[in-house]
Design a protein around this ligand. Structure first.
Ligand code: R5P
Length: 297
């Protein structure tokens, strides 16, 4: 495949995995952060017309500016096709102004990315009121993948007598895939969110006693959704609680919170680098890149 993959050093392991899955070169973008917080970005020599920037957008503000500098420079150097592979896509949650004057970040950041890139590939983006990623990012190819199949393959047959649980209605789409086709051993709890770090979880009736429970969610951010679920499951006699997610965002304090609430183990994809990464997204992303590459000709 005649493409060149570029990444900043913070995401080089995942970018190299993608390059090796696609059998194409990987090169690093040099980044310098000045003492005042500004960034200096320097691209490597460009050898292909089609460039793929691989960068997850957790803690996104600096990264967005740096991607913008990199993409505009690549265009100025003659690149004709730019693809962004951002396993975690930021700013997708706010899709509505809840009070007048609130910025609708999904539209604004989506338009910015569509201006910079021809294609955007992401995994399990946080979309509430829209069903297709291209509604948020109006570029040539806006591709939303899901890691639920990979999470399911990882856990299947590893845990005896396990029950799968999604902590809120939204998570049903992932938990039913992770539990496996035709599997009835999954349940979905209900959640009320009172604030960034305040949620209440109501578990459905089920025989949790003595069971291994696998909590499945797309994102663990403050950790409160999973922590409250784990606490409730322990109170109902669960023997072991594991948390599975695509994106281990893990805001400061989240890991301690999970440990204190009785989560025995966290299992995540390598969308965001963390010691809980157990599942590589490269094969999934490479398959999507194949489609993008073919559709250009
Ligand atoms: C909610 O809609 C998401 O699927 C996650 O449940 C949520 O983002 C997790 O956030 P936190 O870890 O802050 O509770």
């Amino acid at each position: 495949m005649t493409i060149q993959i570029l990444s900043f050093d913070n995401y080089q392991h995942q970018a190299r995995r993608l390059a090796s899955a696609l059998n194409c070169p990987h090169t690093r973008i040099e980044l310098h952060r000045f003492p005042d917080g500004e960034s200096r970005v320097q691209l490597p020599p460009i050898t292909e017309n089609h460039l793929v920037f691989c960068q997850s957008l957790d803690f996104p503000n600096d990264k967005l500016i740096e991607l913008c500098l990199a993409a505009k420079t690549a265009r100025a150097q003659g690149a004709t096709r730019l693809t962004l592979v951002a396993p975690y896509l930021c700013y997708m949650r706010q899709d509505k102004a809840f009070v007048p004057g609130q910025a609708i970040s999904q539209q604004i950041i989506g338009a910015l990315l569509a201006d910079l890139f021809d294609d955007v590939i992401t995994v399990d983006p946080h979309l509430h009121r829209i069903s297709r990623l291209e509604q948020a990012i109006p570029c040539k190819n806006a591709i939303a993948l899901t890691a639920a199949g990979l999470l399911g393959e990882f856990v299947r047959n590893r845990f005896d007598n396990a029950v799968f649980i999604g902590p809120d209605e939204e998570s049903e789409q992932w938990v039913k895939v992770v539990a496996g086709p035709g599997k009835v051993d999954y349940v979905v709890a209900s959640k009320i969110r009172y604030g960034d770090r305040e949620v209440a979880i109501n578990l459905p009736d089920y025989a949790y006693e003595g069971r291994t429970v696998l909590l499945v969610d797309d994102v663990i951010s403050s950790g409160h959704t999973v922590a409250e679920s784990a606490r409730a499951l322990r109170q109902r006699g669960a023997r072991e609680v594991l948390a599975l997610c695509t994106h281990a965002l893990l805001a400061p304090g989240a890991e301690q919170l999970l440990a204190d609430s009785g989560v025995d183990r966290l299992i995540s994809t390598d969308s965001i680098s963390h010691e809980s990464n157990a599942i590589e997204l490269a094969p999934l992303l490479a398959a999507a890149m194949d489609k993008v590459y073919k559709c250009k000709h």
